[in-house]
Design a binder for this molecule. Structure first.
Ligand code: CA
Length: 228
């Protein structure tokens, strides 16, 4: 059965482009031009995934994500213009799955959609506990991190940080989410901890820590563990 996608976007050109390209990929695409139209459609039927533009004529996408998250786990991918950085982080913290900055390619959108859909599936079934990409292998259950088949020794905090990223592999995790999940809710302002431990982790995991291939920086937002 085809997956249903709701594209919430007020820009007609972008909306038509997304509708056409996603339909070609086999998705059943519905569109809404405003939050109020989206709300009405969501009451009627929940899609499998939502693509949400941040700049909408009738209000704040954050509110829609909060409303949705009270009851549903439907993946939400936020599409934003570059100047909407702060709002984008708020949306991710409110429960949006990922984001793309305009202009983006359809291939990028499809890749993010695949990751979001896969995570939604796995979060309902078993949690992700292993990760493998190129020279890196992580098995959370076995507490094992290997590079080129050789075991790496991580400190408990480094391991916790890596584990949090493995559970969201391929998706951006905000600074706030990492600080809360690894250190605790009272540490949300301590971004220097995060920078320090990320540097340590990169020194152990990356072949060239100055050009990371696994632990990717999402400038101003957070980090992403590369997954493809
Ligand atoms: Ca817009």
């Amino acid at each position: 059965m085809s997956l249903q996608v709701l594209v919430i976007e007020d820009d007609r050109a972008i909306r038509s482009l997304m509708q056409a390209s996603l339909s070609v990929e086999g998705f059943v695409v519905q569109t809404a031009v405003s939050l109020s139209e989206a709300r009405a459609m969501l009451k009627h039927k929940l899609p499998d995934l939502i693509v949400l533009d941040l700049g909408l004529p009738d209000g704040d996408g954050v509110q829609l994500v909060r409303e949705l998250r009270k009851q549903h786990a439907t993946p939400v991918i936020v599409v934003s213009a570059r100047h909407q950085e702060a709002q984008k982080i708020e949306l991710l913290d409110a429960g949006a799955d990922d984001y793309l900055t305009k202009p983006f390619s359809v291939d990028e959108l499809l890749a993010r959609m695949r990751v979001a859909l896969r995570h939604r599936g796995t979060s309902l079934a078993a949690a992700v506990t292993t990760h493998e990409l190129e020279d890196l292998r992580v098995d959370l259950a076995a507490h094992l991190v290997e590079r080129d088949g050789e075991a790496l020794h991580l400190t408990p905090t480094e391991f916790k940080l890596l584990a949090r990223l493995v559970r969201s592999a391929g998706r951006v995790v905000t600074h706030r989410q990492l600080l809360v999940d690894v250190w605790g809710p009272e540490f949300t302002e301590h971004t220097h901890y995060l920078r320090l431990y990320m540097a340590q982790l990169r020194a152990k995991i990356e072949r060239d820590p100055s050009e990371p291939r696994h632990l990717l920086t999402e400038t101003g937002v957070g980090y992403r563990l590369a997954d493809v």
